[in-house]
Design a protein around this ligand. Structure first.
Ligand code: F6R
Length: 607
């Protein structure tokens, strides 16, 4: 949440900052701003709203800027409503900061600073940090930052400029992500690498408790006691084109289309001699045999991918799998032991609750395996074992391709666990892997004609509320379909286990209420169809998602979305595509900002 950027070099920094901020807008878009060094003064331009609606307008009003050093911010509001005054950068004539994260003890710091004569203008926690740095500043920026950081509690990263050091930017990290980009005679800071791909692929990854003093020539990085730290130069593997729309109207649509390739890239390197192979992370069959339980912990869509994992691991390997929402897991004193495997799933690798759950699992002594998309992210680095998904940058706030590759990975894990535990033979395992390898083609087939999804979506746009129903794997998938729809279309929806409807929820069914029935599990089909009839009889407009060849009559469904057929176990990888696209078109038809749904941010680095 919130995106930070900074530049120092020879070029005019305004456009570089704004351009980099645009790439980070998925982290929050309540306001945006920049602060630059101009003629020995800090000049700040900031405004409520998305970059195009606020900051760009203000910048055009404020005339030419002549500055080669500056910092920028795009905000997801935590303390204080979205407003010009609460926008970052925040500071005074001596120091200005941009901040990502939360300063937990800001009230205490604020009272202390008020006692010292400081006046506060905004409602933000950030202002306390800015003024504290100013309070400690005595001509030495690093000293002031170190002292302030020692007092500040929370998880945060800061980008800072000082009037007295007009060619420098400073950066400090405490848990929230921050990188220092390395250019040719110019340097950058950013919350993540997508902001900088256009300018450089080389960067240093700051660790917690590290302060960077950055000039055009390079960066000096030290700990809070001033000890210099030699950092390894990292190289981004993502390409700038991957972080652009490439002719699609929205990132979400582009990312949905990237799914077949993303699945191939994620599973292929993990298949050796036709079998799933986890050598790269050190997960051996002996370890697998020793685990009493497998926990899969994540938030949102990543947790839904974990649910797919639960169904297939339990059914193939007969090993108990507990899937938990990270924010619940961390506070419920889980029955976790050192004999368990904890799989932590996260696209960003920075989600605060997921990271805290990982820390808890590490403390208990369980083996932890991170399944993460962003290389070098906190979760990737803190887990005992890491496997990367190769989805490439996911810019749309609503996750599609990341969910898809997380789910695809669950199959490899299930097959290996089943093999290691002697539940399937090598031959059976090879057959399953071969089937998994055909899935990218079936996913691509779903994308060959988008009209059915648009048509079904047009039935939903006027609805106040709808239900997604399914049984077994279809229920797990319904949860993802429902989340996708509500987060980008703002239509209320709920997912329900089809067999559970009669225990209360069916009373919601009203004339014309849409019900999306996911009916891909053939062994449960007769039961799901009965549930569809029950709601249709009571007035629901039923849209069924089912594999080609399955017959559903007009007494059970009003509209049928047919998808390519695969073995039941693999159907979630196909069936999620129509659910994503129905949500996408519902959002488009309602005129919403598909990639930047209201109130949301992609990387949830606060609890
Ligand atoms: C929904 C969505 C979120 C994320 C969740 C976890 O479309 O994107 O539910 O899945 O915030 O984020 P990561 O995977 O970055 O930990």
């Amino acid at each position: 949440m919130c995106g930070i950027v900074g530049y120092t070099g020879k070029k005019q920094c305004r456009d570089i900052l704004v351009n980099s901020l645009r790439k980070l807008e998925y982290r929050g878009y309540d306001s945006a701003g920049i602060a630059v060094m101009e003629d020995g003064h800090i000049k700040t331009v900031k405004a409520k709203g998305k970059i195009n609606d606020g900051l760009i307008v203000k910048l055009s009003e404020s005339g030419e800027l002549n500055a080669v050093t500056g910092i920028g911010h795009t905000r997801w509001a935590t303390h204080g409503e979205p407003s010009d005054i609460n926008s970052h950068p925040i500071g005074n004539s001596r120091v200005s900061i941009v901040h990502n994260g939360i300063i937990e003890n800001y009230r205490k710091l604020k009272n202390f600073l008020i006692g010292k004569g400081y006046k506060f203008e905004s409602e933000t926690d950030t202002e306390a940090a800015a003024k504290l740095i100013d309070y400690y500043y005595n001509g030495d920026p690093v000293d002031a930052i170190s002292k302030a950081v020692t007092d500040i509690e929370g998880a945060y990263s800061l980008g800072i400029i000082f009037r007295d050091f007009p060619d420098m930017i400073y950066a400090v990290r405490k848990d929230s992500p921050l990188i220092v980009g390395i250019g040719d005679g110019e340097m950058y800071i950013a919350s993540d690498m997508t902001a900088l791909l256009e300018y450089t692929k080389k960067y240093y990854l700051l660790d917690t408790g590290e302060i960077a003093s950055i000039s055009a020539k390079g960066a000096v990085i030290c700990d809070l006691h001033g000890n210099k730290i030699n950092k390894e130069v990292q190289t981004a593997t993502w390409d700038v084109s991957e972080a652009e729309k490439g002719g699609f109207e929205h990132f979400m649509l582009k990312e949905i289309h990237e799914q077949p390739a993303a699945v191939r890239k994620t599973i292929s390197p993990r298949i050796k001699d036709g079998l799933p192979c986890f050598d790269e992370c050190g997960l051996t069959d002996e370890m697998i045999r020793g685990y009493k339980h497998i926990y899969i912990i994540a938030c949102g869509s990543a947790m839904h991918a974990g649910l797919i994992g639960k169904y297939i691991i339990e059914s193939l390997a007969r090993t108990p799998v507990i899937v938990d929402i990270a924010s619940e897991f961390r506070y419920r004193n889980p029955l976790l032991t050192a004999d368990d495997l904890v799989v932590i799933v996260s696209q960003s690798g920075e989600t605060a609750d997921t990271k805290a759950a990982l820390e808890l699992a590490n403390e208990v002594g369980a083996d932890t395996l991170a399944l993460v998309n962003v290389v070098g992210s906190s979760i990737a680095r803190e887990a005992k074992m890491v496997m990367y998904t190769y989805a490439g940058p996911e810019i749309s706030v609503a996750s599609t391709k990341a969910y898809m590759v997380q789910s695809a990975f669950m199959y490899l894990l299930a097959f290996r666990v089943a093999l290691a535990r002697g539940r399937i033979t090598e031959e059976e395992c090879r057959e399953l892997v071969a089937k998994l390898e055909t899935m990218p083609d079936l996913i691509a087939e779903c994308l060959s004609d988008l009209d059915p999804y648009r048509r079904s979506a047009s039935r939903l746009v006027g609805a106040d509320s709808l239900l997604y129903i399914g049984r077994g794997l279809d229920y797990a998938l319904s949860m993802e379909g429902s989340l996708k729809l509500k987060e980008i279309s703002y239509i209320h929806s709920e997912s329900y286990a089809a067999g559970e409807l009669k225990h209360g929820t069916i009373s919601l069914i009203d004339d014309g209420m849409p019900v999306i029935a996911v009916a891909t599990q053939r062994d449960l089909l007769a039961k799901t169809i009965s549930n569809m009839r029950e709601v249709k009889t009571r007035g629901a407009y039923v849209i069924a998602v089912c594999p080609k060849g399955v017959s559903i009559d007009s007494e059970s469904a009003d509209d049928i979305i047919e998808i390519p057929s695969a073995d039941d176990m693999f159907m979630p990888l196909v069936a999620v595509v129509p659910l994503q696209l129905v949500a996408y078109y519902a959002s488009v038809l309602r005129g919403n900002d598909v990639d930047k749904p209201r109130n949301l941010a992609k990387s949830v680095t606060v609890e």
